[in-house]
Design a binder for this molecule. Sequence first.
Ligand code: 6PG
Length: 473
Amino acid sequence: MAAHFGMIGLGTMGRNLLLNVAGHGYEVCGYDREPAQQKRLMDEAKGKNVNAAASLPEFIQSLQTPRIIMLLVPAGKIVDAVITDLLPLVQKGDIILDGGNSHFADTERRYSQLQGSGIHFIGMGVSGGEEGARVGPSLMPGGNRESYELVKDILESVAAKSDEGACVSFIGNTAAGHYTKMVHNGIEYAMMQMISEVYGVLKYAGQFSNAELHALFSAWNKAELQSFLVEITADVFLKKDEATGKDLVDMILDKAKQKGTGMWTSQSAMDLNVPIPSIDAAVTMRYLSALKEERVHHSSLYSSGNGKSLFNKEQLAGICKNALHFGFLLAYGQGLHLLKAASEQYNYNISIPEVLRVWKGGCIIRSVMLNDLRKAYKENTGLSNIIASPVFQPVFSQLRNDLAGLVKSSIEYQLPSASLAASLYYFDAYIAGRLPANLIQAQRDLFGAHTYERIDKPGVFHTGWESKPITMT
Ligand code: 6PG
């Protein structure tokens, strides 16, 4: 029987997503150039409506037309190579879905390239990791609506479900889906970094044991901080290392790796002049964590902080919870600000409330906070930043000083809380009616005649600054 859905790339994500599709009653076929991956798919399929093709032509022949072919291969050149191999084999009307973490600029290019050939191209963000792929990911397809309609039913059946329906929607034009996934990952980096910063403060300043941390994160996961990342963090603290019997978290090297999507978010934000410092700090801290050997060497050159406790354990736990609440909201807020700016710049036509709905289930950044964020953007679709929203104004006013308390504590103990501190500075700057940037304008005008604007009248001004004569020695 001809298959309804084909997958190229049978690594963890591809295999699990394909089994998920099969689990919804579709006939599926998978292909991977590694025979071992094909075998693994068949072993795990256990008699389901799943087939593995031994070659690309066999794979193409196994699919009913119009063919729905999803790629879950490493982002970059491999995606281009697979598309090049596919083009002579597919026909007009077939659909290629790239479900990897592709850079949005590559997706724009591939979309335009394939448009002329009559092949539908959908760049789709997929979030949820291995488990999400298997039982219900959050899906962010972009391209054009006509192409989306052709795959809508399958995607809706395999996506995660929240109280507001299937976690998939047509996100927007061309590369909107991959752009949105990139921003999702930027937010993911910031939330993970903030959790690690709070962990550092609780562990070193508060002397919390792993068992206490488990209990605290579990409790947090029942209220305002309820989220996938807080939930899995609680679980991490319970896991024992099989080799030593110790807590596994203490045996893991403090070098955080990355595949680059957080960096792309920062790069794109710089291009679009959108401030996202909490995310930038998270990316930078991954780089600093990677410099382990240098850090260890430098630690022998300087004395470490002689922390003096500003708070008792209970107070510290309360402050950390509120700081994390504030920080998470600003991580979302910055990401959404960027998404809105990109949507306008690249004509993606993204609906932010709809993106927030899609993120409610299956994805890594799902949390209870998405409900209020959605409310804020539904109340005001033109909202440029959540700081201006009446939904969040009381929350930010109430929590700001606890974030400051956490940052003070971390400075006291020399525990770098870069992402949380950046969130505080971002907030304070964004609510400042006047910043000292007037001095920067004066300096620019003095050394480069770059001109400045005035507070008392419109226009652009230049002053003949009297500069000090330069003395040479
Ligand atoms: C997801 C994740 C996933 C990402 C990993 C690792 O939504 O399922 O974002 O797509 O690949 O989180 O990312 P890094 O290796 O860059 O940390």
